[in-house]
Design a protein around this ligand. Structure first.
Ligand code: AMP
Length: 199
């Protein structure tokens, strides 16, 4: 992927995209490109649920219903993760922020560390494609929030709570929009182009 070299080193990115948009895949690729940690709050929470930790027990039912975990909990999770040494040189955030309140939390976490975001990448995919992809994913890896009712709820939550973040970041000049209804490699290339040209 990409041109190798140090082009992405130290990058600080947020990925926005509906469930099923391919955001997780692209986040992992961008993190490898930038040699920075891929911070997926969904993965962190699923791990907590798997371990049966206090956090996991608190969020399990919320996740299974396709609802959002409260902003204060998420801010704590992300603050702690971004304070780890491996995030000092940069990061790709996948799944956070998801609400305008989380945007404010992220701003204050980064401000306290004297850092800012380089860009926010929004991956756009038509709704019918999203639903189909998530149903396929359920068949493959059996994620229990990929049931049809839960998928619909997650898309509803995304539209009402998370989609407004794109406009917010557009106004701040950080947004890069990419068409996600294509092969994964083509999407990755567009993202890298958008970052190189406009960042
Ligand atoms: P994801 O893998 O990003 O789709 O996240 C799976 C689930 O974890 C979501 O449906 C939420 O229940 C929860 N979650 C992950 N990140 C956040 C966040 N930033 N705010 C609230 N809930 C979250």
């Amino acid at each position: 992927m990409g041109d190798g070299g140090d082009a992405g080193r130290g990058v600080r990115l947020v990925l926005l995209g509906a469930p099923g948009s391919g955001k997780g895949t692209q986040a992992a690729r961008l993190a490898a490109w930038g040699d920075v940690p891929n911070i997926s709050t969904g993965e962190m929470l699923r791990q907590a649920v798997g371990e049966g930790s206090e956090l996991g027990r608190r969020v399990r039912d919320i996740m299974a219903a396709g609802e959002l975990v409260d902003d204060a909990t998420m801010a704590d999770v992300v603050r702690e993760r971004l304070a780890a040494p491996d995030a000092a040189q940069g990061f790709v955030l996948d799944g956070f922020p998801r609400t305008l309140a989380q945007v404010t939390e992220l701003d204050s976490i980064l401000e306290a560390a004297g850092r800012g975001l380089d860009a926010v990448v929004a991956i756009e995919v038509p709704e019918a494609v999203l639903t189909q992809r998530m149903l396929d994913r359920k068949r493959q890896d059996g994620r229990d929030d990929d049931k049809r009712e839960v998928i619909e709820e997650r898309l509803r939550v995304y539209r009402s709570k998370t989609e407004p973040l794109a406009e917010h970041y557009r106004r701040r000049g950080l947004l890069r929009v990419v068409d996600g209804d294509r092969e994964m490699d083509a999407v990755t290339e567009s993202i890298l182009r958008a970052l190189a040209v406009e960042a």
